[in-house]
Ligand binder design. Structure first.
Ligand code: NCD
Length: 312
């Protein structure tokens, strides 16, 4: 229980103060712990990660975070489990509950992780539920902005891509909308606009012909460019993803302000050229590194160890 909350399911459930607390504790953990140092905050506890969709960063960083907090980790894999005999996800989750203290779950169905959380008595963290949300991704995206600018207010953030199918941007728009003075501009191909559910008063949108991406960014002069992947796997079969093509490359970097940072939740595919990686404004692997401290803070808080965090 953290501030009366058992689970972390969406950014909407967190107040601005709670987001600031998570980022504050992440900052303490970063300055103190380094990559492998062991803290005893979650000693004796077991985390199970249950991912019904592919993952690299989310699963591994949650598992590394729990190890670094002194706890233990088990990873559930659908392949080789009794789900191959026809067992439901619901019965699987209720079984896993018997073996651990905290669950991180990813599932392709929007709203499913909240449903699983309502069936169990232990904390459940949403590691991504279909086209709905990915709250801990947004938290470390915001942490990266906070580290770069020293604030999460009065920023101009351009979010680029197929927003309709991208859960990190849903969570990010919600999170940034809780801080005053932000201008969040969604730049997307026509037809892939942000879902109405996630719009707020800080958000405006420019559905464009993506061939005009550079000239659009030149006019906006953003502080942050947040590039997203086209989630082809969520698009209706028969729809040609090629018609939505967009790309950030060296020509884009030339028109962005000197202070502008470029983020990407990764994985990247064709939407971001590797030629821009040496540019110090491109900070996506720092962003990846931040997932560790932020997920450590989330695990410690939601498993009831704020006191342990206060002592570091
Ligand atoms: C994202 C996801 O799964 O929503 N990945 C991640 O956790 N960093 C983005 C994606 O799938 O492209």
């Amino acid at each position: 229980m953290w501030n009366g909350k058992k689970d972390l399911l969406s950014m909407d459930q967190l107040s601005r103060e709670e987001i600031e607390a998570i980022l504050h504790y992440a900052g303490r953990l970063e300055s103190l712990s380094g990559k492998g140092s062991k803290l005893g905050i979650c000693k004796g506890e077991i985390l199970i990660t249950a991912f019904f969709e592919p993952s690299t960063r989310t699963r591994i960083s949650f598992e590394t975070a729990m190890h670094t907090l002194g706890g233990d980790v088990q990873n559930f894999s659908e392949s080789g489990s009794s789900m191959e005999k026809g067992e439901t996800k619901e019965d699987t989750i209720r079984t896993l509950e018997q073996y651990c203290d905290t669950l991180v779950i990813r599932d392709g169905e929007p709203g499913s992780v909240a449903r699983y959380a309502s069936m169990v008595n232990i904390p459940v963290i949403n590691g991504g539920d279909g086209v709905n949300e990915h709250p801990t991704q947004a938290l470390y995206d915001m942490y990266t902005m906070w580290k770069s600018f020293g604030r999460l207010t009065n920023l101009k953030i351009a979010i680029i891509g197929g927003l309709k199918y991208y859960r990190p941007s849903n969570s990010l728009v919600t999170g940034l909308g809780k801080f005053e003075g932000n201008s969040i501009i969604g730049i997307c191909p026509k037809g892939l606009e942000l879902s109405d559910k996630f719009r707020n008063s800080s958000y405006s949108e420019m559905p464009i012909d993506m061939a005009k991406l550079n000239e659009t960014l030149e006019k906006i002069k953003p502080d942050v460019v947040y590039v997203t992947r086209l989630k082809k796997e969520y698009m209706p079969s028969g729809e040609d993803p090629g018609k939505y093509f967009y790309k950030i490359d060296a020509s884009t970097m030339r028109i962005l302000p000197g202070h502008c940072i470029v983020l990407h939740p990764l994985p990247r595919t064709s939407e971001m050229s590797t030629e821009i990686d040496p540019d110090p404004r491109v900070v996506m692997f720092k962003q990846v590194r931040h997932s560790l401290q932020v997920r450590m803070a989330v695990l410690a808080l939601f498993s009831g160890h704020e006191d342990g965090l206060k002592q570091i």
